[in-house]
Each structure stands twice: as structure tokens, then as C-alpha cells.
Design a protein around this ligand. Structure first.
Ligand SMILES: [Fe+2]
Length: 233
């Protein structure tokens, strides 16, 4: 490179530096605010004490999620790294708290109807029978997932990639969740959901709640999932 070219390169570099120093980085505005929905939480299978504990936990999850959302707006992104950084921790907390807040909502919405019935004509029955071979096979698989989760969740969901329903074992609130999942049946398997009323007998708790799954509500979720599946085809 000639002396002249080097000289020009220097001028361009200095000019870019000067302009860059004057450009203010646009501030991010991704903060969102969520509110805990009020659910009737009428159930014969859980004590008022367990329901109260749940409500306190849910309020805490929602409060923390809103705080994380605000912090994410201004956190330093330049120091992000996989070992230890505030940005990384906030993103992990965000995933944990989004699922904690919304899975609880879905859970409360799909329990509490001891008179609930499912018919072989219902979309939920048809799809669960199709994808597991029979409704009983789905139930066995869902119970196995409920027993396999650590402090976590069992979730039946429509998977947009597989174009079918699958059961998922979730540890904590956000571990092992495949992409493309739309939840239709949700079971809380955290100890706080059963220990007060059932001790360590999680299976009896799961059986009790499966008997009162609100199939009318769940059927609506299947219909909504099918609408999404039609759009994606
Ligand atoms: Fe819970």
C-alpha cells in the first residue's frame, strides 16, 4: 500500500471514530409487564393452605418477572459471557419466570371440576387416542411424566414441528422444554403443590387431579392448537 493510500486510510479511520463517538446507542425498549390472572381454584383435591401457598408463589413469580423485564432493558450487553454475567443470569431468570407464571395459570385453569367428563367424540379424546394409540395409553404416559419430573411439570402439548401431541417432562420451570410446544394439559409436580396434603405420595395427588381435569377447557385448547397447526401448514 502506498504512503498516499495509508494516509487516506488514516483519515477515513479517524472520521469513522469521530462519528461513532457522537452516535448514541439506541436504548432498548423490550420491558413488558404481566399480571397474575385470578383463577377460581376451586378443587376438592387440595387444601386451602396449599392453594394459599400457590397464590403467594404465583404473585412472587409475576413480581420477579416484571423486575427482570425492566432490568433487561438497561443491562450491560457488552460484558455478556457464558461463565458469569448479569445479562446471562437475567435471560435464565426470564425463561424460568415466564414459564412459572404461565404454567401456573394453565394448571389452575385445567383442574377443579370433579364432575368433568370426556367423551370419545371430543377432539381431545380423538387426538390423544390417535397419538398414543389409546386414551388409556396417554394417561399412563402422562402419569409417568408426572412421576418423572423433579420439582417440575408434566405437560401434554401440540408440537408444531412434529405436527402431533407429545408429553413433556419439565424440570424446574424451564428445563427440557422442546421448541414448538403449545400446552394443552398441565400438571404441577413441584413438591409445594402436594406435600402439605399428600406428603411424599405424589402419585395419589396426580390421580386425584387427573380425575378432576376440566375437559371442557382442555378441549378448547386442543381446538386452538389445531387452528395454529392449520395456519402453519
Ligand atoms: Fe406450583
Amino acid at each position: 500500500m502506498s504512503k498516499k493510500q495509508n494516509f487516506l486510510k488514516g483519515i477515513v479511520k479517524d472520521a469513522v471514530k469521530e462519528v461513532s463517538s457522537k452516535i448514541e446507542m439506541p436504548s432498548l425498549s423490550e420491558a413488558y409487564v404481566v399480571q397474575a390472572r385470578k383463577h377460581s381454584q376451586h378443587t376438592d383435591s387440595l387444601s386451602q393452605k396449599t392453594i394459599s401457598i400457590h397464590n403467594e408463589l404465583l404473585d412472587g413469580y409475576v413480581k420477579s418477572l416484571n423486575e427482570v423485564s425492566i432490568k433487561l432493558d438497561s443491562v450491560d450487553r457488552d460484558s455478556s459471557n457464558p461463565n458469569s454475567s448479569e445479562f446471562r443470569q437475567l435471560k435464565l431468570d426470564e425463561a424460568h419466570l415466564i414459564n412459572a407464571a404461565f404454567l401456573h395459570g394453565l394448571f389452575f385453569e385445567n383442574i377443579g371440576d370433579p364432575e368433568s367428563r370426556i367423551s370419545t367424540e371430543d377432539l381431545s379424546h380423538i387426538r390423544l387416542s390417535r397419538d398414543w394409540g389409546s386414551f388409556d395409553a396417554w394417561q399412563r404416559d402422562f402419569i409417568a411424566c408426572s412421576m418423572a419430573a423433579r420439582n417440575g411439570w408434566a405437560v401434554t402439548c401440540y408440537n408444531t414441528f412434529l405436527d402431533r401431541y407429545i408429553n413433556v417432562v419439565v424440570d424446574l420451570h424451564s428445563l427440557n422444554v422442546p421448541f414448538g410446544c403449545i400446552p394443552v394439559v398441565v400438571m404441577d409436580c413441584w413438591e409445594h403443590s402436594y406435600f402439605t396434603d399428600y406428603g411424599k405420595d405424589r402419585k395419589t395427588y396426580v390421580y386425584a387431579l387427573m380425575k378432576e381435569l376440566k375437559w371442557e377447557k382442555i378441549n378448547k385448547r386442543f381446538e386452538d392448537a389445531e387452528k395454529i397447526s392449520r395456519v402453519l401448514k
